[in-house]
Design a protein around this ligand. Structure first.
Ligand code: ADP
Length: 590
């Protein structure tokens, strides 16, 4: 999919296909027994209901004229018992089917979540997170409701139709034909409206998805919004998206109502026709038969109306399923290649051989980049913004696959080793260290759940995080909110250092924070970094001269590759790009 944003509708990448619906049945398989019981319960209720017009007919044609009170009492008792019985079954049925729906929701969500977690970075680069969220939450809810009750309902309505037809035709054939006369009109209407309905449903989902995407983005960026007092403009954008959603929602409702309204009109029309034809044309019809047949007209058109509603549901659900399966089928491009081997414990020799890479076809970010870094060496990556520093470190962990060339660790091509064995030996610390909700202890333990408390504390001590953690009243149990907003930027970095330290990677990647932090924290972070770097190959996207100078080698990245490399002194003597960068930075500092 091309890059998508909140104001761009997602294109459906596959045409309408009944296969999606059939595929979704896999989720109902383990509930087959319950679905059959549900069907049996529904059928029982239906058959009982079908007897009531029959009882009415007996009362009118037989009991009332003969004044037979005994019979009236018996019929009344049967009626009462049957009503109580149907209520009881309906209650049990409702509880059972809600349970099934919940399990289906659980299973689909587990599958889609598991898959989303495997997807490559590029998938998330191209989609607003709100649009992914809406698939996992809203669409799955809608689908599960249909799978748990809709399918049974279809069978049930067909069964009801068949049963009512039997009752109708055994009561009166001519009036039965009158009741059936509205069917061709309804079929024609369904055929005419179907394509339009699908189009509206797709549009409806797109507008709802866009709204969700903007909402998620706005919540993420709310601090920036408030800083720039952009609330009014953002509200306007939100209002515009809401309005588009409202319009399509109304359009959907209007279309949604066409089939049920038509069937309602047809029900009344054929019921009237039954009275008219029965009373005026058919001389051999008793009043009891006419009243029973009018009731059967309702009972016949009831299931037809329900089928109309189910038809609407099918149109919606297939659309949701298309989106859900599209996500589930999204190829995990970055995965273990066939025959991938385990990367043995490495020393940390890293090599790029003629690496060429582009995020999007035609826009090469790195071209024929080659370098060798020895185990234990530290390399500072410097250069202008957008030069490709982060890209180089992203490729080291195989977050993206390269277009050509080779990337090796200890001579092993990282493309041919398992992702788990590769990434478990790499430590990546992004500039904006992500802190999860929970507490500091759990955040440090994030990548190594089997770590002991002593190991966790030792890791925190090694990166100088222990002091600030102990200063907090709740120490390691200090609660952390999503993104770690309760911690300062420096503290977030220290926790992330400790997390990486605990996983003890052989190759370390660090994107140094650019945000201005106080000198005290900077000193603390520097000490933390020094603790981390010991005995590891490290790549640091460095912004501070002090960090750069402390590295063994410096790569100046620019023009799709490494323009200069060497130690600080060598590069200063060369008076090239690095020299200019340093002198500019020093001047700025002064
Ligand atoms: P640096 O870290 O040196 O600032 P990056 O490696 O982040 O630069 O980016 C190098 C180039 O690649 C930039 O032109 C940037 O716009 C582009 N780029 C970075 N990330 C992506 C991405 N996920 N999708 C498409 N282009 C990207």
């Amino acid at each position: 999919m091309a890059r998508n944003t909140y104001n761009i509708d997602e294109k459906l990448e596959s045409p309408f296909n009944i296969k999606h619906l059939l595929r979704s049945l896999a989720y109902t398989k383990k509930h087959t027994a319950k679905l059959i019981i549900s069907l049996a319960m529904n059928m029982t209720i239906n058959v009982i209901n079908l007897f009531t017009p029959y009882l009415t007919m007996i009362v009118i044609d037989d009991i009332i004229p003969n004044g037979d009170m005994n019979k009236l009492f018996i019929v009344g008792a049967i009626y009462l018992v049957s009503i109580l019985f149907t209520y009881f079954i309906s209650y049990k049925h409702s509880i059972m089917m809600n349970g099934v729906a919940n399990e289906i929701i659980f299973n689909i969500r587990q599958d889609i979540f598991a898959h989303v977690q495997e997807l490559p970075f590029s998938y998330f680069d191209n989609r607003p997170h709100g649009k992914i969220l809406v698939r996992v939450v809203n669409y799955v809810d809608n689908v599960a409701n249909f799978l748990s009750s809709g399918l049974v309902n279809i069978v049930m309505q067909v069964f009801s139709l068949a049963a009512v037809l039997v009752f109708m035709f055994t009561t009166n054939v001519e009036l039965s034909l009158v009741i059936l006369s509205g069917v061709p009109l309804l079929v024609l209407l369904i055929i005419i409206t179907k394509p339009m309905q699908r189009k509206i449903m797709i549009d409806y989902n797109n507008k709802s998805s866009n709204l969700n995407a903007y909402l998620a983005e706005s919540i993420d960026g709310v601090k920036t919004t408030e800083t720039f007092t952009r609330q009014k403009k953002n509200s306007e954008i939100f209002a515009d998206l809401s309005d588009k959603f409202r319009r399509i929602w109304l359009k959907r409702i209007r279309f949604w109502l066409i089939i049920p309204s038509t069937t309602e009109i047809l029900t009344t029309a054929v019921s009237l026709a039954v009275y008219a034809v029965g009373a005026l044309l058919l001389t051999d019809c008793s009043i009891g038969v006419i009243i029973a047949m009018a009731a059967y007209a309702g009972r016949f058109w009831g299931p037809i109306q329900n089928i109309g509603n189910i038809y609407n549901d099918v149109m919606n659900v297939t659309n949701y399923l298309e989106r859900i399966f599209e996500t589930m089928d999204e190829p995990v491009d970055i995965c273990d290649v066939e025959g991938a081997t385990e990367l043995p414990p490495v020393k940390g020799d890293v090599e790029f051989k003629n690496v060429t890479f582009s995020y999007e076809k035609g826009h090469t970010v790195l071209e024929n980049v080659s370098f060798k870094v020895k185990a234990g060496e530290s390399v500072a990556l410097v250069g202008p913004t957008g030069a490709g520093k982060s890209t180089i470190v992203n490729l080291l962990s195989r977050f993206y696959d390269i277009d050509s060339g080779e990337t090796t660790i200890d001579g092993h091509n990282i493309h041919n080793v398992t992702m788990k064995s590769l990434r478990s030996q790499m430590g990546v610390m992004m500039q904006d260290s992500f802190i999860f909700s929970g507490n500091i202890y759990e955040n440090i333990r994030y990548g190594r759940l089997d770590a002991t408390e002593d190991e966790i504390i030792a890791a925190a001590k090694a990166v100088r995080a222990d002091d600030f953690i102990r200063e907090r009243p709740e120490g390691y149990q200090t609660p952390t909110s999503e993104r770690g907003n309760s911690l300062s930027a420096g503290q977030r970095q220290l926790v992330s250092f400790a997390r990486t330290m605990l996983s003890d990677p052989k190759v370390l990647i660090l994107d140094e924070a650019t945000s201005s932090i106080d000198t005290e924290t900077e000193v603390l972070l520097q000490k933390g970094i020094q603790g981390l770097l010991k005995n590891r190959t490290s790549f640091i996207i460095a912004h501070r001269l002090s960090t750069i100078k402390s590295c063994d080698r410096i790569f100046y990245i620019g023009n799709k590759g490494i323009m200069e490399s060497g130690t600080h002194d060598e590069l200063m003597a060369k008076k090239g790009y690095y020299y200019n960068l340093c002198t500019a930075q020093s001047r700025e500092m002064e």
